[in-house]
Design a protein around this ligand. Structure first.
Ligand code: AVI
Length: 319
């Protein structure tokens, strides 16, 4: 079976299972089709969405310290980035490492073949001398592949608060799994959005221009486009909540009337005000992350903060 067919049928299964569940939910990893990518870029450029700017602040103003930390003793290593995207943040670290004459290979991992192709095409010209080995596929499968290619020390980048798009228990399991793919002394740099004034967080996920709303609705449009479904987009409104106690920021689409939609011969009924849970963007304290890292058998050797202390890149060393 061609890969796209397998991927599509997995997507369709996940959508139908999620819409038939109680409460209804969809998986936010499906936000990112071509239009979703564009909308996410717009979110990152919106005045309310502070996360990207904060992590960029860390990668630009502390590039030197970061490069020294990552280099450790100076032995050759592999720098593996999970979900590399266009590498806009990591490029600052790569530049600094090259400047310092570090011996490393950059291995971006991404589920999108297009992303890996772009990095292969564009990065070597931007960073002469860079050794690059792009890996297209699922994170942990590709981590295994990276280990089969070389047995050098590994430094894994998992930036952008991507860990926040998992419920806390799944995030813990993710760290455990990452640790199982690493050896003592290997390192992980994990980007985490920190708990802060609840209004600042809520505004980031409910921007005035309505881009986040479009971003959420685009998943319903994507389902219509790809599966010939018939969601009536105008009958859903976007709602976002943040609970300062748990640190969970959640996005929902709420049905504004009683309605039925059809997908693949399945009829899905919505009551008025029934919601679809679309996404979690979990916020943490520093202590929580240290504890989760310890549970996964990592030592937190450093915390790098932006100037406002809104975001953190935690440096974890495998025990
Ligand atoms: C990719 N991820 C870390 C973003 C976040 O902040 O949860 C996705 C996002 N969703 C709405 N705005 C941004």
């Amino acid at each position: 079976m061609p890969e796209t067919t397998t991927v599509n049928s997995q997507f369709l299964n996940d959508v139908i299972t999620g819409l038939k569940a109680e409460p209804k939910h969809l998986q936010s990893k499906y936000f990112y089709d071509e239009k979703g990518d564009v909308l996410f870029q717009q979110i990152m450029n919106s005045p309310e969405y502070y996360l990207t700017g904060c992590e960029m602040d860390i990668f630009t103003s502390q590039a030197d310290a970061l490069a020294e930390t990552v280099r450790s003793g100076g032995e050759p290593f592999d720098l593996i980035e999970l979900g590399a995207g266009d590498a806009t943040k990591s490029i600052h670290l790569l530049k600094e490492l090259l400047y310092k004459g570090a011996d490393f290979t950059y291995m971006p991992i991404d589920i999108s073949a297009h992303v890996i192709q772009l990095l292969n095409d564009e990065l070597p010209a931007k960073l002469p001398g860079l050794k690059l080995e792009g890996l297209n596929g699922e994170y942990f499968e590709m981590l295994k592949k990276a280990a089969s290619i070389s047995n050098r020390r590994k430094v894994v980048l998992f930036l952008g608060s991507n860990i926040g798009n998992m419920p806390v228990n799944d995030a813990q399991e993710f760290l455990n799994e990452m640790r199982r793919h690493l050896s003592p002394g290997d390192m992980a740099l994990v980007g985490v959005d920190l708990k802060k004034n609840p209004r600042i967080i809520r505004a980031a996920y409910d921007d005035k221009q309505g881009v986040t709303k479009q971003f959420n609705l685009n998943l319903l449009e994507r389902i219509n486009r790809e599966f010939n479904a018939d969601f009536d987009i105008d009958k859903f409104e976007h709602y976002c909540s943040y609970d300062p106690e748990t640190g969970s920021c959640k996005s929902y689409l709420i049905s504004t009337s009683e309605q039925t939609m059809t997908i693949n011969d399945e009829q899905i009924f919505f009551k008025k005000d029934e919601y679809i849970w679309m996404e979690i963007s979990q916020k943490y304290t520093v202590n929580q992350i240290d504890q989760m890292a310890a549970n996964a058998r990592f030592n937190t050797s450093d915390h790098l903060f932006d100037s406002k202390h809104w975001f953190m890149d935690a440096v974890l060393v495998a025990e």
